[in-house]
Structure formats: structure tokens, C-alpha cells
Ligand binder design. Sequence first.
Ligand SMILES: [Cu+2]
Length: 349
Amino acid sequence: MNQPNLHKFPKSFPNQLLTENSNSNKLIADSNHNSDPNKWSGSRPDGHAPIGVMGDHAHKKGEFMFSYRYMFMNMDGNRDGTNSLSDREVLQDFMVTPVDMTMQMHMLGGMYGVSDNLTLMAMLPYVSKEMEHLTRMGGRFTTNSEGFGDIKTTALYTIFNQDKQRVHLNLGASFPTGSINEKDDTPAGEDQILPYPMQIGSGTFDLLPGITYLGQSGKGSWGAQALTTLRLGKNDRGYRLGNKYQLSGWVARNWTDWLSTSLRLIGTTWGDIDGADDRLNPMMIPTADPDLRNGTQINLGFGINLYAPEGNLQGSRLAMEFELPILRDLDVPQLETDWQFTLGLQSSF
Ligand SMILES: [Cu+2]
């Protein structure tokens, strides 16, 4: 009587029953799959969200995951509200204008399933930035900064897990391990303190609360995440970066058992800086003005997830996501983000 249901049903039903039964047997046989076909499963290409989403998935008890992400962000030209602003227009109000900037980030991450409902996650970023400038006199110069950024830890706590849907809370904190004293040579002199966007860390303890929703069907999946960055107190230079609020929603489709593609909409809004680093002169360059930092941006992300369902690399992933802006509304003048790219490798044990 191990399969009582099968015996109790009349003969007119066996087709449907057999199909369901063989499906679940197949799932149970593959130890890496979720044993309950009604539960959301991570063991498929779209079992992870697009790679630009952080803290999108939880792990089973005892499971480890290591990840590496490379991010590249390109900012070219300034913006006033939703319109582009020429260098000459910025130089009417400031001695120097930023012309373009790139940011690269290497991020190492670890995840561990403490229980089926609680996953712990830690991320260590290494950031490098480069900014080009034009002065009112027509001179050009470049500044660079790099170093380890703020370490982030997050507890992912699952509050709903049935009908192939999942909801978890993202309870994160960011620690001020990144430098806020980055310096470089500028026309004003050697070893000058760099403006806010060229610093590596926030200098404050930040809370990173959020909530993530995931859903799956046979062919695809969808999800949404709200994430916030709330800065606490002020750093030892006497300022606090603006809070950040991000809302992201995505859909993904599995084409094979190793490939899925995704579309994502990402809305981000961030505030001005409260206080100021008194080593910076806000009359000189807009990036040194704490009241010209806020903005809102909506990006569209195109993603690919590759997943190894079997073999030596079973459970490993390679994923990419490319984001383009569809709306940018920035406090004048501010460098605009033109595109960004995330590449990630993930491996669980
Ligand atoms: Cu993971």
C-alpha cells in the first residue's frame, strides 16, 4: 500500500496519474532536484534570477554556493533632468566638469543554507573607477581610484514556499570597509581628495532590507524584488550618502535544460548626500556638491543564464545581463549611466 492513491482511483484516470507519478519519480531520482514537484526548484537555468539581481534565491539546508561577478558600468555625458547637457553648459557654472566615467567591480560571494528557510550570504566587492574631466580652460585630466568596497551580509528568510512560488525577506547590512579617502593628482595639486562618486565605500553602516518573490511554470519563471539601502548616522568625514530604493521585475524562459533568457525592468531612485566632506569644494566641480546627487533611472535588462544540469560541472552556472536605460532623470548636472553589464559564475556544493 505504498501507492494507495493509484489503486483507489477508477480506471478512467490512469493516464493523468501515471504522467504525474512518473514526473515526480524522475524528480526524486535526481538528488539535485527539488523532491516536491509543487515547490519552486532552483535546479534549472532560470532557477536563478537574472545575474544582476542580488539575493534572489535561497539554498537548501547544508548547501554552499560560491559566486564571482564582474560588473562594468559606463557613464558618458551629463544630464539635466531627462535631457542631455553639453560640457560647455556645465562649465558655465563650474570650473571643471566630469566628461565620462567607468566603474568596474569584481565581487566574490558566498551563500550557505543554515536551514531550508534561512540562507546566509556575504559579498566582498573590489571596485575600480576612472573619471575623465574637462576644465573651463580646455584642459583634460583623468583620476582613478580602486580598492575593496563595503562588505555586505544578508540573511534570506523564506516566508512562503508552495505552488511553485516563493517569497523571502532580504535582511542585509553593509559594513564601512571601503575607503572614503581616495586621492589622486588633479590640476589643483598632487594627492587631492576625490569627489563623492569616486570614493569606494559609503563610510556608514547601511541597512539593506528587501523582499523577493519568485514564481515558476514548466517553461519559464518570473519574479520581483524590492531592495533598499538605508544609511545610518554619518561617516567620519561628516556626511551620509543618499538612501537608495530599487524595484525590479523580470520574466525568464527556459529554451533547453541548460539555457534560459530573461527580460528585466529595474527602477532605481537615490537621494542627495546629507552633510559634506569639508575637503571638497562644491563650487569647483558638480561631483563635489552634495546637493546635486539625486536621481531616478529605469533600465531594461537582457539576460542569459547557462546551467549545467549534469556532468562534472553539475549545478554550475554562467550568466550575463546587459542593461540599457529607458528613463533617466538626474539632478543637474550629473553623469548619466549609458549601459552596464554583469557577468557571473556560480557554483554550489
Ligand atoms: Cu546561491
